[in-house]
Design a protein around this ligand. Structure first.
Ligand SMILES: Nc1ncnc2c1ncn2[C@@H]1O[C@H](COP(=O)(O)OP(=O)(O)OP(=O)(O)O)[C@@H](O)[C@H]1O
Ligand SMILES: [Mg+2]
Length: 194
């Protein structure tokens, strides 16, 4: 039998982490931070997917998709159907964002997913005993719906890349990144670990 071990922070190699100490500290804090998004970027084989999966291992509802798979699935199914898959999970990992052949409609689909996740993020609770002074709206809590993205290019390059893919629709890309705000950008340096 082949045993597949999922990456976890416990199993993570301290020598590997020593190449990018600040990023690894931030990864460990990501779940409890107020960041809605994280963008892990750097050369191939430096531990971005591994790091993201360590976060996923801490959470009971996750979805993982590579960008080429995301594009393929979105093109195959109706937006409503494919949205269900990604809308409510606590963490979505969109791996290798710069590896897909995004068309403008695919970028809009990504916007739709991130928009749905942002809306699911904000929950409002109401009192059981409303009075005249005490309005119905009592409390707004924030429930984590976080999205982690990995790629090889730095954040500015990713914005230009996606803008080009979206036929120059810069407003769409600004709006897309707004839906990940506040976003933490983590750089991974070093040689490939493969
Ligand atoms: N902290 C770590 N501890 C132990 N092994 C690690 C660690 N980080 C990465 N690795 C191992 O290094 C290899 C490369 O890591 P990973 O796949 O995460 O790279 P990547 O940055 O996502 O690369 P790419 O840009 O090509 O997707 C994998 O075999 C992974 O298991
Ligand atoms: Mg990877």
């Amino acid at each position: 039998m082949i045993e597949i071990q999922r990456p976890t922070f416990e199993a993570s190699d301290p020598d590997v982490e020593a190449s990018n100490p600040e990023s690894w500290v931030s990864l460990r804090r990501f779940l409890s931070s107020r960041n809605r998004g994280a963008y892990l970027w750097g050369p191939c084989g430096t531990g971005k997917t591994f790091g993201a999966e360590c976060i996923l291992a801490q959470v009971d509802s996750v979805s993982v998709v590579t960008a080429p798979e995301f594009v393929r699935i979105m093109r195959l199914f109706s937006p409503g159907e494919s949205l269900k898959k990604w809308k409510f999970t606590k963490i979505l990992l969109l791996d290798d964002i710069d590896k897909a052949n995004w068309k403008p409609a695919d970028v809009r689909s990504l916007w739709e997913v991130l928009n749905a996740r942002m809306k699911a993020y904000k929950l409002t609770s109401y009192t059981d005993h409303p009075t005249e002074e005490n309005t119905l709206l009592v409390n707004t809590t924030f429930k984590a719906r976080k999205t982690i993205i990995t790629g090889n290019v730095q954040a500015d390059e990713l914005r230009s890349f996606l803008t080009n893919c979206a036929d120059g629709n810069i407003t769409l890309i600004q709006s897309l990144f707004q839906r990940l705000h506040p976003i933490q950008v983590l750089e991974f340096k070093g040689k490939s670990l493969r």
